[in-house]
Each structure stands twice: as C-alpha cells, then as structure tokens.
Design a protein around this ligand. Structure first.
Ligand code: NAD
Length: 359
C-alpha cells in the first residue's frame, strides 16, 4: 500500500531540495502517493494568501507532510507560513536530531543528539505588548497591583506561559521517542532557579513524567550550564527536552556542532499530523541554480520514514547519504573546503549519487 503524503515544494530553493528528497525517498522502494500542495510567496497572487486553506486540510487528511522551506515575506503583513502551519495543526513537538557524519567539516565527531523542543508555548506564544500602548500601561499597572513589583515605564512586555498540560505532552513525547529509538537518557533543560513558576513548573512536571519511564535515565540541566556542557562534552548527552526558546537556541548550537544547516533535518509533530522539513530556510539567492545542499531535506525524509514505521528503508537511506558524504565526490559546494571548489556538484547530482547507493 502506498503512503499518501502531502508534498509542499516551498519556494526559493525549496522546490529543488524537496524534489531531490522526493526522488530519493521513492528510490528506497517505499511506495508514496504525493498530494502536491502549493504554499508560499509564489502562490500569493493566485490565492491571496501564502497559506491557502487546502494546504492545511490536506495535511490534516493525510496526517504526514514533506515540506521544502518557505520564505516569510518581510513587511507584507503575512505572518510566517511555517508558524501558521504549526499552529493550525497543533504540531507541538519540534524534533531536531544533530548527528555527525564523517566527511562533514566540523570541530566535533561522534555526536548523536536529539533536541525535543516544545513548539507552542513559552515566549513564542505571541502574547506581546508594545511599549507606551494603553494595553501595556494597563498591564504594567495590573502587575504592580498583583505582584507589588514595578515594571519601568516605556517597557515592552512579552509573556512566557508554560502549562502543565503542554509540558506533560512534550516530556512524554521525549521519553516515548527515547524508548522507540533505543536511546538511554533524557535531559530536561530549564532555568528553574530564576523563573520558578514557568521553568520551575517545566522541571517539576518533567520529573513527574519521568517516573513512568524507569528504563530511561532522567536528569536536568540549567540552560546556561547546558550550553557550556554541549560545547565541552556533547558526547555525554542523548535526548534533550526543552521549552520553546531554549530549544530554539540549543538546536542551532547542536546543528553547529555537526556541521551546520546543510545537514540539519527537522520535524514538527502533533497528535494527528507530522510535517517533515529541513531546518534551513529558502536560501532565495540560490533559487533555480541547482546549487544548494539537499541533505537536510533528504534526512528529513529519513525521519518521515521512521515516523511511518519504515525503519529498514530509513536505515538504508541514512547509510546511502552517509556513504555519499564520506566519499566526498558527489557533494555540494558547502561540503567543500572552499565554496568555489569546481569539483562540487549540484543539488540534483548529489541526490542522484544517493539514489545510486540505494540501488
Ligand atoms: P537560509 O537558511 O535560507 O539561508 C542562510 C544561508 O545559509 C544561505 O544564504 C546559504 O548560504 C546557507 N544555506 C541555507 N540552506 C542551505 C543549503 N541547503 N545548502 C547550502 N547552503 C545553505 O536563511 P535566511 O536567509 O535567514 O532565510 C531565507 C528565508 O527562509 C526567510 O524568508 C526565512 O523566513 C525563511 N525560512 C523558512 C524556514 C522554513 O520554511 N521552515 C526556516 C527558516 C527560514
């Protein structure tokens, strides 16, 4: 039976990397029926919005989507399509593995970390008050009344909500993921010593959830210490579960540990739908040049195969990608010592080399 998957090519260099991933996924032998849906800057004229409702409907119906990056037009009045999609589908998990592949230039080797980032709460809830507005003034007065503490005049205010339910589901996901993927340890990241009622709650709930998983080790780290530890001894860590903001920062740090954006896959997962996409953006300056690295999108496809339960195909795909990177012959410019190295191949050619390994 073929898996029906929503396929969103994206814009900028999105169509090039997502097409490469689609071809590689088909070469694994797993059968797909692609439900192609257009979103982003290129469809704004046609539909009047960068996120036509049929796109979200399609993901809801199919439950799985593979997506190329989408540009967030600056100053157009449209919010990020990516953020809107995550909200509309309640994709509360942002899964970001960071793994070393021999052949990728990086300061570290043998890293195999996974960041499980909460995707809906925290300072990203979008509850903000602009300085000097009547709302900000009212809030400032209420806060003074309720807490006895004064916020200085002319302050902008961003609200950081962290809920019991939101924390339970993200921490549970981290433990379930650890169990399913044979991982040994979950580390909760927080700043509970300072933010007792938001990060403190996160830590307390994480400890409670951890008791249901005695087979997986649990520990916690304060976020500043965590950043230092990740730079000094990343090999000590396995799965990190984080509130939204720390997850955002740490996942880029971890991408940096393993060689950067070109190799960083991602997934946004909810109860009823999962959307797989690279961490990088649409790199519009390279649009149409068959130049950018398809690895992050292909590895996002590998995560999708695992999510679908196609573990054998996922393993073979990962080995094929690792093989091509290790050989270093059919790789894009960003894998080379110098970006103008003439032996670099294009997006398509790198995907074809991976496909040859799968045959
Ligand atoms: P970007 O990731 O698109 O590009 C930054 C730089 O990284 C590029 O100039 C390029 O040098 C390099 N790069 C990125 N991807 C690469 C690849 N696959 N291979 C080789 N090099 C690569 O980030 P940006 O310029 O900040 O964002 C461009 C647009 O993408 C913005 O509109 C942003 O909002 C959007 N964006 C979308 C997503 C998403 O769809 N999930 C994520 C991030 C950014």
């Amino acid at each position: 039976m073929a898996y029906r998957v929503t396929f969103i090519p994206g814009d900028g260099t999105g169509p090039e990397v997502s097409e490469a991933a689609r071809r590689v996924l088909e070469a694994t032998g797993v059968k797909f029926e692609w439900d192609i849906q257009l979103a982003g800057a290129d469809v704004m004229d046609q539909f009047g919005t960068p996120l036509p409702p049929q796109v979200v409907e399609s993901i809801r119906k199919n439950g799985v989507a593979l997506k190329g990056p989408i540009t967030t037009p600056v100053g157009s009045g449209f919010r990020s399509v990516n953020v809107e999609m995550r909200k509309a589908l309640d994709l509360y998990v942002n899964l970001r593995p960071a793994k070393s592949y021999p052949g990728v230039r990086s300061r570290y080797q043998n890293i195999d970390l996974v960041i499980v980032r909460e995707n809906t709460e925290d300072l990203y809830a979008g509850i903000e008050f602009q300085k000097d507005t009547p709302e900000a003034e009212k809030l400032r007065r209420s806060i003074q009344e309720l807490s006895g503490k004064e916020i200085r005049p002319h302050s902008g205010i961003s609200i950081k909500p962290i809920s019991v339910e939101g924390t339970q589901r993200i921490v549970r996901y981290a433990f379930e993921y650890a169990r399913r993927e044979g991982r040994k340890k979950v580390t909760a990241v927080h700043k509970a010593n300072i933010m007792k009622y938001s990060d403190g709650l996160f830590l307390e709930v994480a400890r409670e959830v951890a008791t249901a998983y005695p087979d997986i080790e649990f520990e916690d780290r304060i976020v500043d210490n965590m950043t230092m530890q990740l730079v000094q001894k990343p090999e000590l860590y396995d799965v990190l579960v984080c509130p939204n903001l720390y997850g955002d920062i740490l996942s880029d740090l971890c991408a940096g540990l393993v060689g950067g954006l070109g190799v960083a896959p991602g997934a946004n997962i909810g109860e009823r739908a999962a959307l797989f996409e690279p961490v990088h953006g649409s790199a519009p300056k390279y649009k149409g040049q068959n130049k950018v690295n398809p690895t992050a999108t292909i590895l996002s496809g590998m995560l999708m195969l695992r999510h679908l339960g196609e573990r054998g195909a996922a393993d073979r795909l990962e080995q094929a990608v690792a093989g091509v990177i290790a050989e270093g012959k059919y790789v894009t410019y960003d894998f080379k010592e110098r970006p103008d190295d003439l032996s670099a191949v294009g997006t398509k050619e790198m995907a074809e080399a991976i496909i040859r390994k799968l045959q």
